[in-house]
Design a protein around this ligand. Structure first.
Ligand SMILES: [Ca+2]
Length: 186
């Protein structure tokens, strides 16, 4: 009785399994042509990806080069139009003369931080006294401030300035005199 029962149960399970398997759709086998088409599509996608990767690699290399360049180069300062240059009459005497020439000559090829740098000779304000400043200076050399657009509205030395300068010179002379007297006492 028990064996018959078991056999019945196993048979039922087997029937269910067969029915179930029959109901599951099996993957349809692809034809050679379909496989070829799919392989072609994959190849195209692969080529596109390779192209994109290559393009990205180029951009990354360019960025790396730009970063390396920025690290080695001096900070980029915006180019100031000549109309915004400072008045080249360095000592504000009212004329571009040999005294101004002397000042810019001494400061040539120096930058901020250098003891010979003179901000008054840095007409374009880029932090260095370069050929740009010198060429601008020579363009107006010998002219009066009234003929130089960049000097319009710039006050020339006043009597007050002269007095200050004289006072400064007098102070320096008295310091030197004191120093000499100190040396003579020893
Ligand atoms: Ca400059």
């Amino acid at each position: 009785m028990s064996i018959k029962r078991n056999t019945l149960i196993i048979s039922l399970i087997a029937i269910f399994c067969l029915l179930f398997l029959k109901g599951v759709p099996t993957a349809k086998a692809l034809t050679i042509d379909e496989l070829n088409t799919r392989a072609g599509q994959l190849q195209t996608q692969l080529n596109q990806l390779s192209s994109q990767i290559s393009s990205l690699q180029t951009q990354i290399n360019q960025l790396k080069a730009d970063i390396a360049k920025l690290k080695t180069e001096k900070p980029i300062t915006p180019v100031v139009p000549e109309t915004q240059y400072a008045c080249p009459d360095i000592d504000r005497s009212g004329k571009l003369d040999v005294k101004d020439f002397y000042v810019i000559s001494r400061a040539m090829n120096t930058c901020k931080g250098n003891s010979s740098y003179n901000s008054r000779a840095d007409f374009d304000g880029d932090g260095c006294i370069t050929d740009t400043d010198y060429n601008f200076f020579t363009k107006y050399y010998g002219k009066n401030d009234s003929e130089i657009p960049q000097c319009k509205g710039v006050t020339t030395s006043t009597l007050e300035d002269m007095e200050k300068m004289m006072a400064s010179i007098a102070e320096t002379i008295s310091q030197i005199t004191a120093g000499v007297q100190e040396l003579l006492r020893r």
